[in-house]
Structure formats: structure tokens, C-alpha cells
Design a protein around this ligand. Structure first.
Ligand code: ADP
Length: 592
């Protein structure tokens, strides 16, 4: 607790203590002298050195010498305040006993000094003491101000001067405790704000903060450099004007899909690779992470914050790597195909004669070469899928007939392993035996599921999933299904195989990911198949996922946008007109 209004140094407390001690010692000393030295006897009356005065000063001395210090340990200002009250009692007593005659000057002097020192307790104490002094003087003269004695006038004048001097002295020399707290606090706030500003300025990534209207409230030099604006000019402008964004391939972003619009309008968290065009036209590939700014306690966001990183070099390096992989796999495919061909010839009984042991070795070499060929093919396809170089000629495909045909082609591979393959249309509805011959009869009961896809690419996807189902299923059946609603065509491949552990499912469609279980480890594969499937399905704005239960089997689902029959008819126009009629442009498509 602060008793003094001002933050005064210890020196003043000591000084106050010394003054009080000196005065009380003086009273006691004077009392003793006047009582034991007869020549000084008259002073006892003049200065009212009575027994009461002695007792009061004695109490004062006891307090100052013994008690003061223990109270001071708890609070120095409080100890001083008690001292002051005892001290003024002696002074007041002295003044009243000397009836404001010449002897009072001693007490008046002490009172005035005390008043000055009281200024440190603040204006209130000072005004209170001044009021008390005036009342005292007024009482002494029975409110006859014209008859005030000289000492009374001196008391009043001294008090006024002491009050004024004290007010200015303490106020100008020492900062008030309250003010100091405020300054400390604001200093702290200032330093926090400064600190965060320094930090934001020093971050190598670009940082842009906007208000709810999308106006830039803070932009750091790194973001300014990326956008080719200066910090001063960009601050206050619309963020979409400063950060001109395009999709990574350079295509336009629809207004409602702009990351800042999404963050501010729908409070979404954005993490995208995009292209940014600087004010002077410099184009960079950036990674943009943007999120709404939420102040604790409020629900609605107060703005958006975005971190921007230049990933152009990273992208260029990735492209180089992908190019190397595709060139290398392309180049290596040819000799591998040649080796495979010669090995087939060597194994052909019509062409060459080899003994049984050599035949065994050659068969092993042949199957390894086949796997190598598949690996190179997959590598090539996946690197093409990644940088959008995959051959893609979408057309209107009736998925029912397409899948039926495909199942017919694939079922032999399953049958070779003793697995049963079937094709189902509708929600577990009419099961059409894959071996059924009367395709026309099926057309009568089947709804038509049109999709706009490249049939060769879709065949690749289904074949891949079917091969996997065969590979990872020992007994049972493989069902290929087709269903859908007005907007979607859904394909699925269900097997009764080993199943996939739940932990692996989220990673399954990543490059080179293979489930590391004893059941699958022995089965050869590249881990690229499902990655390629995903890339192709995404090309047609589709989605691929899997549901699986260990020991029971897995079902791979593919959702594709469905074309209405009418739209499908419109699109099935002659080749020359097709390019303008196409509603789906796969290169600019995004995932639904
Ligand atoms: P791979 O060449 O290894 O088959 P994929 O990308 O096609 O590569 O598949 C990745 C992994 O997913 C496989 O290694 C396998 O462990 C698991 N997997 C894929 N399909 C099935 C399935 N039908 N049943 C069980 N596991 C599967």
C-alpha cells in the first residue's frame, strides 16, 4: 500500500525521522534544563514545558527509537505517518499552551516544517493540514481575524508558504506512484508491441495482416518484397490488390475462392501453393498459409493473417527432379523391354532349347524384368501425373457399359487365382454375372451413368484396383460395383481379402506407400499404383477413398461427377465441335 503519493527516496523518511527525533530531544532536554538550572526557569513557562509536554515527547522518543523500526520493516511510510501524528500532537499541544505568544514560534517552526514534509503524502493531506492550521488560528482568536497575534499570522503565512512550496517541490521532483504504475504499464505495452513488430519485421517469410474488410493493417518487408510494393504504400490497401494471386498453373481464381475471401468470409484455414504476381509483373510460386485472427473472448474474427513463402526455387528443383525421373525411366524402359522380350524368346520352347535348371533361372529373371518394367512404367506415369503431362483425352463415357466390358476383360486374371468376379449395378441391386452374355438385356434395366473421363485412364485406374484386389485376396470374390445419384457416379471395388490396417489408410494414396505387414510384404509392388489412381481420379474432379476391415476385406470407392443424359447427348457431338462444348476442363479442375 502506498501512503505517500509520490515515489520518494528513503532519504526523506530518514530526514523526517531525524527532525522528529531532534525536536522531541530538544523538548526533553529543554525541560530537564529548565527544571534543574534555575536561571532558565522562566523558559519553562514561555515554551510551556509542562509535565504533559515531557510525557508526550517521551512517548514520541520511545516510538521513534524503539517501535518505529519494527513498523518500518513492514512499511516505512506507515511508520513515518504514525510518527508524524504523535509529533503534531506535541506541536499542537505546545502551540495551544503557549497561547500563540512568543513561545509558540518553536512549535510553529516545527509545524511548518512538518507541513512541508507532509506534501509527500499528497495534496489531500496537505490541504487537510492547512485547513487544520487555519481552524486552529481562527479558534485561537475567536474568529476575530483582525486581532490575530503575530505568531498566529506567522503560523498562517508559514503554512501557506509551506503548502505551496511542498505542493510544487514534491510534484516536480518525484513522480506520483499512480503515474509511475501507469507509465510502467504503458512502457510494458509499448515494449510488447515493439517486440512483436520487431519480430514480425525480422521474419523471413512474408506476413500480411488485414482487418475484416480485407484492408492491410500490417505488412512486413518480406511480404512487401514478394508483392513488389513498399510497406508504406501497401498498408491500408485492399489485400487482393497488393497480393495478386493465381492458381499455381497461372489460371484465374474465382472471386469467391480467393484465399483471403475464404478466410474472412467463411473463417477457413487455408494452406495452398499459389502463384503471386508482383506489382512490376514478377511471378513467383508461393505457399500461402492464411487463417482468421480470433481475439479470445470474441466469436467473430477481427481480421486475417497470412504467411507467404517463396517456393519458386523449391518448385523448380522438384520439376528438375521429376524431369530426371521421367527421362531416366523412359530411357530405361526400352532396354528392359528388350531384355524381357529376349527372355521370353529364350523361354519359348519353339525358339530355343534350354535345360530345366536354366529355365528356372530364366523364369526368375523374366518375372523380375517384368516387375522392373512395371516400376519404370509406374514411375513415368506418376511423374507425368504430378506435373500434368499425363495424356488425357476425356470423352463422354457410359460407365455401365464401360465397367461391364472391363469386368469381362479382367475376370480371367481373378479366375486364374480361383477368385470369383462380379459386376453389380445400383445399390446392391440387380447383380449381373460377369459372364452374362446378353448385354442388351442388361441395358434395359440399368440406369445410364455418364461421366466425362478419358476411358484409357479410367481403365488404368480400375485395372490397378482390380490387380490389387486379386493380389491381396486369397479366397472369395471381387465385386465391381456401379451406383450413383443425380450428381455423382460411384464406382467401387470390393474384395474379401486381407484388409488394410486403419493406421495405414490415410497414407495409402501417397507415393511409394506400401503397407508393411507380413501378409503384404511378400507380395511384389511399387507403392505407386494407388498414387497414380488418385492423380487420375482428381483429374476428373473425382475422389477416391477406401473402407477396410482387417481380415474381412477392403472396398475402394471412386466418386465422379455425373453428366445428365441430356448433357451427355449434347457433348456427344462430332469431334470438331467437342472442344467448345466441353464443360469440364481437367487442367483447371479442382477437387470438389
Ligand atoms: P503396390 O504396388 O504395393 O500394390 P499400391 O499403391 O497399389 O502399391 O498399394 C499400396 C498398398 O496398399 C499395397 O502395398 C497394399 O499393402 C495396400 N493395398 C492396396 N490394395 C489393397 C487391397 N485390395 N487389399 C489389401 N491391401 C491393399
Amino acid at each position: 500500500m502506498d501512503y505517500f503519493q509520490y515515489q520518494v527516496p528513503r532519504f526523506w523518511y530518514r530526514f523526517y525521522w531525524a527532525i522528529m527525533l531532534a525536536f522531541n530531544l530538544l523538548i526533553v532536554g529543554f525541560y530537564v534544563s529548565t527544571h534543574y538550572v534555575p536561571e532558565l526557569g522562566s523558559y519553562a513557562d514561555t515554551f510551556a514545558l509542562t509535565n504533559t509536554a515531557l510525557v508526550m515527547s517521551g512517548i514520541n522518543l520511545v516510538y521513534l527509537l524503539a517501535i518505529y523500526w519494527s513498523v518500518a520493516r513492514y512499511s516505512l511510510p506507515f511508520a513515518t505517518l504514525i510518527g508524524y501524528l504523535l509529533f503534531s500532537a506535541v506541536a499542537l499541544y505546545g502551540m495551544s499552551q503557549t497561547s500563540m505568544q512568543s513561545g509558540s514560534y518553536l512549535y510553529i517552526a516545527v509545524w511548518v516544517v512538518a507541513m512541508f514534509l507532509n506534501g509527500a503524502y499528497g495534496l489531500l493531506v496537505l490541504v487537510g493540514a492547512a485547513f487544520l492550521t487555519m481552524m486552529y488560528a481562527a479558534l485561537q482568536s475567536n474568529f476575530q481575524f483582525a486581532e490575530l497575534s503575530t505568531p498566529s499570522m506567522a503560523l498562517l503565512a508559514g503554512s501557506v508558504v509551506a503548502s505551496a512550496a511542498a505542493y510544487f517541490f514534491w510534484r516536480t521532483r518525484y513522480i506520483s506512484v499512480q503515474d509511475q504504475k501507469v507509465t510502467q504499464l504503458s512502457g510494458m505495452l509499448r515494449s510488447n508491441q515493439q517486440q512483436s513488430e520487431i519480430l514480425i519485421r525480422s521474419i523471413a517469410d512474408g506476413i500480411i495482416v488485414t482487418n475484416t474488410e480485407g484492408k492491410i493493417t500490417l505488412i512486413n518487408p518480406a511480404a512487401a518484397a514478394l508483392t513488389e510494393w513498399s510497406v508504406e504504400e501497401a498498408t491500408g490497401l485492399d489485400v487482393q490488390l497488393v497480393a495478386k494471386l493465381h492458381k499455381e498453373d497461372g489460371s484465374e481464381i474465382a472471386a469467391e475462392e480467393n484465399p483471403f475471401a475464404l478466410v474472412l468470409g467463411q473463417e477457413k484455414y487455408i494452406n495452398q501453393a499459389l502463384q503471386i504476381t508482383g506489382r512490376r509483373g514478377k511471378k513467383l510460386v508461393i505457399s500461402l498459409v492464411a487463417s482468421p485472427v480470433i481475439v479470445p473472448g470474441t466469436k467473430a474474427p477481427v481480421g486475417a493473417v497470412a504467411a507467404i513463402r517463396d517456393i519458386s526455387e523449391q518448385r523448380a528443383a522438384e520439376k528438375q527432379r521429376a524431369e530426371f525421373i521421367s527421362t531416366a525411366s523412359h530411357e530405361m524402359r526400352t532396354p528392359v523391354a528388350a531384355i524381357e522380350g529376349y527372355l521370353s524368346l529364350a523361354l519359348s520352347e519353339k525358339v530355343s532349347t534350354v535345360d530345366n535348371r536354366a529355365k528356372g533361372y530364366l523364369e526368375k529373371a523374366h518375372s523380375s524384368t517384368q516387375r522392373l518394367g512395371k516400376l519404370f512404367q509406374d514411375l513415368l506415369t506418376s511423374s507425368k501425373a504430378e506435373d500434368g503431362r499425363l495424356n488425357n483425352h476425356p470423352a463422354v463415357v457410359e460407365m455401365g457399359a464401360f465397367m461391364q466390358q472391363l469386368t469381362d476383360d479382367l475376370k480371367f486374371a481373378a479366375e486364374k487365382k480361383g477368385l470369383f468376379a462380379e459386376f453389380i449395378v445400383g445399390d446392391g441391386g440387380a447383380t449381373i454375372d460377369a459372364t452374362a452374355k446378353d448385354v442388351n438385356a442388361q441395358h434395359l434395366i440399368k440406369p445410364l451413368y455418364y461421366a466425362y473421363v478419358d476411358p484409357d485412364r479410367m481403365r488404368e485406374v480400375i485395372t490397378n484396383l482390380f490387380d490389387n484386389a486379386c493380389k491381396y485376396t486369397d479366397t472369395g470374390k471381387i465385386s465391381i460395383g456401379l451406383t450413383g445419384n443425380t450428381d455423382l457416379v460411384q464406382l467401387y471395388l470390393r474384395d474379401t481379402g486381407a484388409g488394410i490396417p486403419t493406421d495405414d489408410i490415410p497414407h495409402l494414396f501417397q507415393k511409394f506407400y506400401r503397407v508393411d505387414s507380413s501378409a503384404t510384404r511378400t507380395i511384389g509392388g511399387t507403392g505407386l499404383g494407388l498414387f497414380i489412381c488418385r492423380k487420375i481420379v482428381e483429374l476428373y474432379r473425382g475422389r477416391i477413398w477406401v473402407e477396410s476391415q482387417i481380415g474381412k476385406g477392403s472396398t475402394f470407392f471412386i466418386n465422379l461427377p455425373r453428366l445428365s443424359n441430356q448433357r451427355a447427348m449434347e457433348l456427344q457431338v462430332p469431334e470438331s465441335a467437342r472442344s467448345t462444348a466441353a464443360i469440364v476442363n481437367p487442367t483447371t479442375s479442382t477437387n470438389p
